[in-house]
Design a protein around this ligand. Structure first.
Ligand code: PEP
Ligand code: MG
Length: 593
């Protein structure tokens, strides 16, 4: 029995056989051909490109059938690459001028095309590199007349891989996927997003797991804690199987709350919304009874194709979101790049402290045209359904004023051009910097709502990099310093007569959600899978009780004290939920920590 620790990227527990998806990696040296063979090599190249194009198109339609157009579109970037003029010209030139074989020439041209991506090798760029590599491998295979690269998924299995490209995922039958364990990647990788939309557990960043596991080994996967156990002992396996069963039963029960509001037994109502990264996650949010989308991260639209989407493309995408949310409100956050999310348009710009650098609204204000295109698309989409606009990473009142000026300018333009839009669209800000908390009273006077981003707020208040595993234990939104900042922000919002929500991950924790409710939060937006559990928590504890929890916890000194307090208090009202929650944090073996 071996244990591995990664990053939980999609919640849930699963016990089942592994399917190790090993992708043969073809490498070609600098092989030369004779001058007389050049024509034949050029023909071979064209045939291989045609074959690969057909293969990818086939996978695209398979993906469309399995997961919908959002996921299918992800393959477009790879299909487009096969027609990339620069790439093909470089390959043909290498065949004709350097007398390289088609395979060597293509690999060389690919290597050159990858240089700029390697130079800016961070976050989402790495996924672009995977796209390139995948296309390269497919073309090299086709040039060898090679066999199909698809894994054999013939029974329900947990997919174990070093990394999975969108086209790999496309070839898998989702009804047979029990979960994913991936060596590389982060919670925003394509596989993690697919896992969340399928509702199966996923653990990423498992380093060398795929080399240590064999197909049909039994795995225990905890997508919340990020723990994976390989070939567990019989007793451990049995205990885990019971947990899986209990969790399934609990989920069944929670589903019955779908159409009920998040209201406390003494009548206090909280809006309960879902965070969405990909529109394909919206149906799960609706099925789970979310009141709307409290955070739609629009970065996805920008990263999807590897190029900036124009106004019409964005308009179409936002309209689609509004159709899927069935008339429920959606808060679109304008582009929040920087930090760990880099845009190719940033030109591979590197920073020593990216989280303190060119991020969110700072980036937008230095690219007002980019912001204007997005705002115009959002305003135009507003006639399709209720939407609100949210500004990320605000740290200064002046930033908000500048965005509002740009918004007024965009609205004037739209009016002049005769485009219809909804008047009085609410514009709010993310409160996720300590300066925004300190200035919350001033900011509240100049915007329509707040949404507290505790993922970043915790990072900045505690001075803890949210992506650094070594200090992850210090990234605790239950720290009194964070809780006091939240309370202060909520109070400032209410004093100014605006509403205050929260969209950080902490809102998905039932006892913390109750605490937030006691603080007077108006809306909680969390991942779609957590919505039923949070709803149940709010429906289980009286508002007056939650207010007492707040009074008590705000007087405590450490996160440990707060967590201990909540554990004890929640043992009554939230017993069923917390049983599962605490087991989740005790890891894949289900042993108490
Ligand atoms: C946050 O910071 O809490 C948040 C919701 O935004 P993101 O995680 O996208 O930075
Ligand atoms: Mg944030």
């Amino acid at each position: 029995m071996e244990r591995y620790e990664g990053i939980g990227a999609s919640n849930g527990l699963v016990l089942g056989p592994a399917l190790v998806w090993y992708k043969p990696s073809l490498s070609v040296g600098r092989r030369r051909c004779e001058l007389s063979e050049v024509k034949g090599e050029l023909e071979k190249l064209d045939a291989a490109l045609d074959l690969t194009r057909e293969e990818l198109k086939g996978l695209r339609s398979q993906l469309h059938g399995h997961l919908g157009e959002d996921h299918a579109r992800i393959l477009d970037a790879q299909i487009l690459l096969l027609d990339d003029e620069d790439l093909l010209t470089a390959t043909r030139r290498a065949i004709e001028k350097e007398l390289l074989t088609a395979a060597s020439a293509f690999a060389q041209a690919m290597g050159e095309a990858l240089v700029p991506l390697h130079l800016s090798q961070e976050g989402l760029f790495r996924e672009r590199i995977e796209d390139f590599r995948d296309v390269e491998q497919r073309v090299l295979h086709a040039l060898r007349g090679g066999a199909d690269l698809r894994p054999e998924l013939v029974k329900p299995s947990i997919i174990v891989a070093s990394e999975l490209s969108p086209s790999d995922t496309a070839s898998l039958d989702p009804s047979l996927i029990l979960g994913f364990c991936i060596d590389e990647g982060g919670p925003t990788s394509h596989t993690a997003i697919i896992a969340r939309s399928l509702g199966v557990p996923c653990v990423v960043n498992l380093r060398h797991l795929s080399h240590r596991v064999q197909t049909d080994d039994i795995l225990m996967v905890d997508g919340t804690s990020g723990q994976v156990v390989v070939n567990p002992e019989e007793a451990v396996r049995k205990r885990f199987a019971q947990r899986v069963k209990r969790r399934r039963q609990a989920e069944e029960k929670l589903r019955s709350l779908r159409d009920m509001p998040a209201v406390t037994p003494d009548g206090h109502r909280v809006e309960l919304a879902a965070n969405v990264e990909l529109p394909v996650e919206i149906p799960l949010a609706m099925r789970n009874g979310a009141d709307g989308v409290g955070l739609l991260r629009t970065e996805y639209f920008y990263f999807q194709k590897g190029q900036l989407p124009n106004e019409e493309e964005q308009l179409a995408a936002y309209r689609e979101v509004l159709h899927r949310t069935e008339g429920k409100p959606v808060i679109f956050r304008v582009l929040d790049v920087g930090g760990d999310k880099l845009l190719s348009a940033m030109g591979g710009y590197r920073e020593y402290n990216p989280f303190l650098g060119w991020r969110g609204v700072r980036y937008l204000l230095s690219n007002p045209d980019l912001l204007c295109v997005q705002l115009r698309a959002l305003y135009r989409a507003s006639v399709e359904g209720p939407l609100k606009i949210m500004i990320p990473m605000v740290s200064d009142v002046g930033e908000l004023r500048q965005v509002k000026e740009i918004a007024v300018h965009c609205l004037d333009q739209l009016r002049e051009e005769g485009h219809p839009f909804q008047e009085d669209i609410e514009m709010g800000i993310m409160v996720e910097t300590p300066s925004a908390v300190a200035m919350a009273d001033e900011l509240a006077r100049e915007c329509d709502f707040f949404s507290i981003g505790t993922n970043d707020l915790t990072q900045y208040i505690m001075a803890v990099d949210r992506t650094n595993a070594r200090v992850a234990h210090l990234h605790r939104p239950s720290h009194p310093a964070v809780l006091r900042s939240i309370q202060r922000t909520i109070d400032a919002a209410h004093d100014a007569g605006i509403w205050c929500g929260l969209c950080g991950e902490m809102g998905g924790n039932p006892s913390l959600a109750v605490l937030l409710m006691g603080m007077g939060i108006d809306e909680i937006s969390t991942n779609a899978a957590a919505v039923p559990m949070v709803k149940k928590a709010i429906r289980s504890v009286a508002y007056s009780t939650a207010q007492q929890w707040v009074k008590d916890t705000l007087a405590l000194s450490t996160a440990d004290e707060v967590d201990h307090y909540l554990k004890i208090r929640a043992q009554r009202g939230l017993r069923d939920l917390l049983l599962e929650n605490h087991e989740g944090s005790s890891g894949a073996t289900g042993e108490e920590s």
